[in-house]
Design a binder for this molecule. Structure first.
Ligand code: F0G
Length: 389
């Protein structure tokens, strides 16, 4: 289980390749980086390793992870449930619909998949302090994993704009919390400036190691379903997760365990929708939205860092970008809780609002298998439920 020498950093724009070092963007053109593998060599190793690996978890897929597994900073992430819809699917006249319940992760959101890998990487390179900007869940997750690894943790959050439960998590795990005047986009800019000194290790999803952990959701879906779903629907904020899950499915094809990939359907709140606007207007670049607004505070983001990867995921998969109103999000939250028994925070309920809209638009009709990713637990954001009552 030694660290795989079979990966390298690659620019998504100019395709320059770099040895894995502490960089967050391409030194040549400034664009985002991704981790690539020598897939041909890994093909048989990946398949063989699954026969020996333990139960579902992020670390089950170590052959396609870029860090050493013996020092993994883990709290038992991944292996989340995939309940099949018992009532909503019937109401909509759809075939199989599943909810990938990421609220079951250690800190209550999908961020833990990425954080276990990013913090393991932080320890590997000898970092003493980790840093992130966050709408709440990333900070809660980073604080927990930093505590586990005995690293200092600094989180930058938009002042007064994150759910109380998430702030509480960051504080309880001992992170230093800095409230920034402005929104998430302002906080991320500040975090990038602070990380440029090289003293703090930035674990936002523009760090490609985060993406590597999050892509394992695709691997799990493939194993839980025994096939690749037709459509995956998920909320889009900073646009890391849709990029990660698409990378996971693409890698399953590259290591030749399947020749299919799903259509990726991203969902944004209608007043915080720069990626959906660009996609639906046929533009190849986004225009940042200076004042994003939505009840779904986790995805209240106007300048998503990973927009380019997200646009590619949707285009290459033949998917779609949808917008849903706050009313639709809150209605979906109630439907999911009362008809399926799953309590999701508003951002996560956007998946289900997106399912309802996809059904109205005829995007999922005739599909055998649709998965909605429920990205975070409803208890994190009690305020939004109380206000909506
Ligand atoms: N759902 C939840 C519950 C989230 O917390 C986030 C992002 C998303 C969806 C969107 O995922 O950013 O990868 O497109 N939360 C980040 C945070 C921004 O700081 O916790 P994305």
């Amino acid at each position: 289980m030694s660290r795989s020498p079979l990966h390298y950093l690659e620019c998504i724009n100019c395709f320059s390749q770099f040895k894995p070092t502490q960089i967050y963007s391409c030194p040549k053109c400034g664009d985002l980086l991704q981790i690539s593998y020598r897939y041909g060599t890994l093909r048989s190793r990946f398949k063989a390793s699954l026969r020996k690996a333990g139960p579902l978890s992020v670390w089950r897929y170590r052959e396609l992870l870029p860090v050493s597994t013996h020092n993994a900073v883990t709290l038992g992430e991944g292996g989340t449930g995939l309940p099949r819809s018992t009532r909503l699917a019937g109401d909509l006249g759809l075939g199989e619909v599943y909810f990938k319940n990421e609220g079951q992760n250690p800190t209550g959101s999908f961020k833990d998949r990425g954080m276990t890998v990013a913090v393991t990487r932080a320890v590997e390179i000898g970092a003493k302090e980790v840093l992130c900007a966050s709408t709440g869940n990333t900070s809660a997750s980073m604080a927990a994993y930093a505590a586990r690894a005995d690293l200092r943790a600094t989180v930058l959050i938009p002042r007064g704009k994150i759910a109380k439960g998430k702030l509480l998590q960051a504080i309880v795990h001992g992170a230093r919390v800095q409230q920034v005047a402005g929104n998430f986009d302002t906080a991320l800019e500040k975090a990038l400036t602070m990380a440029a000194t090289g003293r703090l290790y930035l674990v936002n999803s523009l760090n490609p190691y985060r993406i590597e952990g999050q892509k394992t959701l695709a691997f799990e879906l493939w194993e839980q379903l025994g096939r690749v779903p037709d459509v995956v629907i998920l909320p889009v904020g900073n646009a890391g997760n849709i990029s990660a899950i698409w990378k996971g499915f693409s890698e399953l094809r590259r290591v030749r365990v399947t020749d299919r990939t799903p259509r990726m359907v991203g969902v944004q709140a209608s007043c915080a929708a720069p990626v959906a606007a660009a996609y639906n207007e046929g533009r190849s670049e986004i225009t940042p939205w200076p004042h994003p607004e939505t009840v779904a505070s986790a995805i209240r983001i106007g300048a998503p860092a990973s927009w380019k990867k997200a646009l590619r995921a949707v285009r290459d998969s033949g998917g779609a970008m949808l917008t849903v109103s706050d009313r639709e999000i809150l209605r979906a939250q109630r439907l999911l809780a009362t008809r399926e028994g799953v309590f999701a925070e508003p951002a996560s309920s956007a998946s289900v609002a997106g399912l309802l809209k996809s059904s109205r638009l005829g995007l999922v009709n005739g599909c055998e298998c649709v998965v909605c990713v429920i990205t975070g637990h409803g208890l994190k954001d009690q305020g939004s439920v109380e206000e909506a009552r």
